[in-house]
Write a protein that binds this ligand. Structure first.
Ligand SMILES: *Cc1c(COP(=O)(O)O)cnc(C)c1O
Length: 419
C-alpha cells in the first residue's frame, strides 16, 4: 500500500475509512489503551499507553519485587535491563547492540556525552549548538561551559554551520527533528560536514526515534541521545537512551563515574575502572519499574518496519493538511512546518494568533494536541495508533472551532503549567 492521496479525490469519511481498511499497521491500534471520545495527536510529547504495560509493570512490582525481592536482580533480568532494552533500540536505529544503553533522562545523557566528547578533543574548545535545539540541550551546553575552563559555547543557526566550523570546534550539537517546526535535518550530510572539519557530532533524536527511520551506522554518528516517552511509548518520564559509536567507546570518559558504569560493580574496589562496553554510560542503579514500562513500548517496535510507519505518518499528516486546505479559508492558520513531508518529522505545527486558546478548545472537544510559544499548535501523527478517520474528525473539529470562534472564551486563555 502506498498511502497516496490522489489530488482529485473526494476527501470524506468514506475515503478515510478506505485508507484505514488498506492500512497494514491498522491492527497495532489494538495494542494501545486509548480513551473513548479522544483523538490523540500528542504522541510526540507523551506516547499513548500500550495495553501490556499495566500488566507488565504490575508483574514486576508484585511478582519480581514482591515475591522475588532482591533475588530478582539476578533471576528476573533486572541487572541487564538497560543493555537489553538498549539493544532493542539499537536495532530500531541501526546501531550495534553495544552502542546503546538506557540511562537517566535525555538531559543527563546530553551532559555525559558533551563532557566526554570534549575530553576526546582536548585541543579544541568550542561547542557549536544550533539555535532551534530543544532548550534543555542549550542549557546543558552552557552549564558545561561554566564547569569546564575555556569552553566556548556558540549558538548558531543551521545556515551558519559551514562558516562556523573552524579548527577550534570540538563538538556540534543538533536536534534532528525540531520540536517546534518539525524541520528534519540531514543527519548524514551534516555529520559528514562536521567530520570533515575535524569535529564530533552529537545528535538529539528525541523527536526522531519512532517517527522517522534512522540509520546511525550509515550516518557515521558519533554520539546521540533519545527520549523514551515520546514515540517509543515508554510512559511519563521514561528513561532515555544514549548512543556512543563503537569507535569512540574505549576512550570515552563520561563524567558521572558511578558504580553501575564500573567494569565490575560488585568488586567494590576503591578505584574506578570503566566498563569496557556501553555500560560505562550508566551511573547509578537502573530504574527497574520505569524500564519495565519502557520495554513494553520498545517491544512494540520490534515487529514494525520503520519505513512503513513513516509512510503512514506522512500520509496522516498530508491528509490533515489537505482537509484543512479544502475546508478552511486558512487566513488565520499558517503551517509552520515544511510543506514537503520529506523535510519534516512526525508532527505538524500550525500558527494561530490565539493558538493556546484554540488548542484548549480542541482539547475540550476531545482532540488532544499541544501548544508551544509563541503561537504554535502542534499536532502529532503517531502511526501506531492513529486511524485516518481520526484525522478526518480532528480536522472537522479544528475547522469548526475556527469558524465559530469557539476558542474565544476566557476559560481557554488560562495557562496551565504544561502547555
Ligand atoms: C523531549 C525532549 C527532550 C527532553 O529531555 P528530558 O531530559 O527527558 O526532559 C530533550 N530534547 C529534545 C529534542 C526533546 O524533544
Amino acid at each position: 500500500m502506498s498511502f497516496e492521496i490522489p489530488s482529485d479525490v473526494q476527501l470524506d469519511p468514506a475515503f478515510c475509512a478506505s485508507l484505514d481498511e488498506q492500512d497494514p499497521l491498522a491492527s497495532l491500534r489494538h495494542e494501545f489503551m486509548l480513551p473513548d471520545g479522544v483523538i490523540y495527536l500528542d504522541g510526540m510529547s507523551l506516547g499513548a499507553l500500550p495495553k501490556k504495560t499495566s500488566q507488565c509493570v504490575s508483574d514486576v512490582v508484585n511478582e519480581q519485587w514482591g515475591q522475588g525481592l532482591i533475588r530478582s536482580w539476578n533471576s528476573a533480568g533486572w541487572m541487564e535491563a538497560p543493555q537489553r532494552i538498549g539493544g532493542k533500540i539499537a536495532r530500531l536505529i541501526n546501531a550495534h547492540s553495544d552502542e546503546v544503553v538506557i540511562a537517566d533522562s535525555t538531559s543527563v545523557n546530553l551532559f555525559k556525552l558533551l563532557v566526554g566528547a570534549l575530553d576526546l578533543k582536548p585541543e579544541r574548545r568550542t561547542v557549536l549548538i544550533e539555535s532551534t535545539n530543544f532548550p534543555t540541550d542549550i542549557y546543558i551546553a552552557k552549564g558545561v561551559s561554566q564547569l569546564l575552563p575555556g569552553i566556548d559555547v556558540r549558538v548558531i543557526s543551521v545556515d551558519q554551520l559551514s562558516e562556523s566550523l573552524d579548527d577550534s570546534v570540538a563538538v556540534v550539537m543538533m536536534t534532528h527533528v525540531d520540536y517546534k517546526s518539525s524541520q528534519l535535518q540531514d543527519m548524514e550530510g551534516i555529520t559528514r560536514l562536521v567530520h570533515n572539519a575535524g569535529a564530533l557530532m552529537l545528535w538529539d533524536l528525541s523527536h526522531s526515534t519512532g517517527a522517522v527511520p534512522l540509520d546511525l551506522a550509515r550516518s557515521r554518528v558519533d554520539f546521540a541521545v533519545g527520549c523514551g516517552y515520546k514515540y517509543l511509548n515508554g510512559g511519563p518520564g521514561a528513561p532515555a537512551f544514549v548512543f556512543v559509536a563503537l569507535r569512540h567507546l574505549q576512550n570515552f570518559k563520561q563524567p558521572i563515574t558511578a558504580w553501575m558504569g564500573h567494569a565490575r560493580p560488585f568488586d567494590f574496589t576503591i578505584d574506578y575502572e570503566p566498563s569496557p562496553n556501553i555500560s560505562r554510560m550508566l551511573s547509578g542503579t537502573p530504574m527497574i519499574l520505569s524500564l519495565a514500562a519502557l520495554e513494553v513500548g520498545v517491544d512494540l517496535w520490534a515487529k514494525i518496519d520503520p519505513t512503513l510507519a513513516r509512510a503512514k505518518s506522512v500520509a496522516l499528516s498530508k491528509l490533515f493538511l489537505s482537509i484543512l486546505e479544502r475546508t478552511l479559508d486558512t487566513g488565520c492558520l499558517k503551517v509552520a512546518s515544511p510543506r514537503d513531508p520529506s523535510q519534516r518529522g512526525g508532527h505538524i505545527a500550525i500558527r494561530h494568533e490565539q493558538g493556546y486558546a484554540v488548542m484548549q478548545a480542541m482539547i475540550d472537544r476531545g482532540v488532544i494536541g499541544d501548544f508551544r510559544e509563541p503561537d504554535l499548535m502542534r499536532f502529532g501523527f503517531a502511526p501506531l495508533y492513529l486511524r485516518f478517520i481520526d484525522i478526518w474528525n480532528a480536522a472537522q473539529i479544528l475547522t469548526k472551532v475556527i469558524q465559530t470562534n469557539a476558542w474565544d472564551s476566557p476559560e481557554y486563555r488560562e495557562r496551565a503549567a504544561v502547555t
